[in-house]
Ligand binder design. Structure first.
Ligand SMILES: [Ca+2]
Ligand SMILES: [Ca+2]
Length: 249
């Protein structure tokens, strides 16, 4: 079993623990939305509400037999929503299975302060039929926070250049992301110290070497490794951006 699979199995186990541990009064609000998918094929839809920081990982889950409305009760806090369809019924996201999240381009933060939040629609896509990029995030520092891993065009991560599926994990380790088109990709990882899901200067960040991707059935690119460094490091994405800007003029 691959590391990514183990992480999700752990997440599922944690979800069960946490759901049973959080008492009824602790739920402040209901999150809801629709799973949007054509419904063809087989398998249950699993919805996960996760905390963007490390304090609480999976907060709640819902399981649907057909596309439609999902609902999860949560305490006040900040969350993001991900879903996948378990076509091969092995309880983990597998290659070729539809996945989705609330948000465009990247998962979007949902803030709960005592009131229900609706319309958190999750459109299911099947990007993981494309090329897979595997690598390892390493970090030698002492800070901790959820790590986001994002494939993109151009050496510097910007929102309009994000392509493919993001990956997230609570500790440095192995990741896998998927892209659907041919091209030269970079993969950036950052440690979200303040839990807002975005990168800010001062948070550890690193970018892989470029990977020239040709999408063929089942292709995987290995060793797309990333070393996280703090902003004080002489080599970081901003430095690359500044160098690049000299040539863009
Ligand atoms: Ca599966
Ligand atoms: Ca952040």
């Amino acid at each position: 079993m691959r590391t990514g699979s183990r992480i999700l199995v752990l997440a599922v186990a944690m979800a069960l623990l946490l759901v049973s541990a959080v008492g009824g009064d602790a739920f402040a609000a209901k999150l809801s939305g629709n799973i949007i998918h054509d419904g063809s094929g087989n398998g249950m839809y699993y919805v996960y509400v996760l905390h963007p920081s490390l304090q609480l990982n999976v907060v709640g889950t819902d399981v649907l037999t057909t596309p439609g409305r999902w609902e999860v009760s949560v305490p006040n806090g900040e969350y993001f929503v991900v879903a996948y369809r378990d076509v091969n019924r092995n309880f983990i996201p597998s290659r070729g299975e539809p996945i989705g999240y609330y948000g465009t381009t990247l998962p979007c933060r949902v803030i709960v302060t005592g009131a229900d939040v609706g319309n958190l629609d999750v459109e299911m896509i099947t990007p993981n039929t494309g090329a897979e990029l595997q690598g390892r995030v390493s970090y030698g520092g002492s800070q901790s926070g959820r790590i986001w891993v994002v494939p993109h065009f151009t050496p510097t991560l910007t929102l309009p250049n994000v392509r493919g599926t993001p990956w997230t994990m609570t500790d440095p380790g192995d990741f896998q992301v998927f892209v659907i088109c041919d091209g030269t990709y970079y993969v950036t990882a950052y440690m979200d110290l303040n839990g807002d899901m975005l990168y800010e200067p001062g948070e550890p960040i690193g970018t892989s070497d470029p990977v020239n991707v040709r999408v063929t059935p089942g292709v995987t690119y290995f060793n797309v490794d990333i070393a996280l460094q703090t902003n004080s490091s002489p080599v970081d994405s901003r430095t690359w951006g500044e160098i690049k800007s000299l040539y863009d003029r």
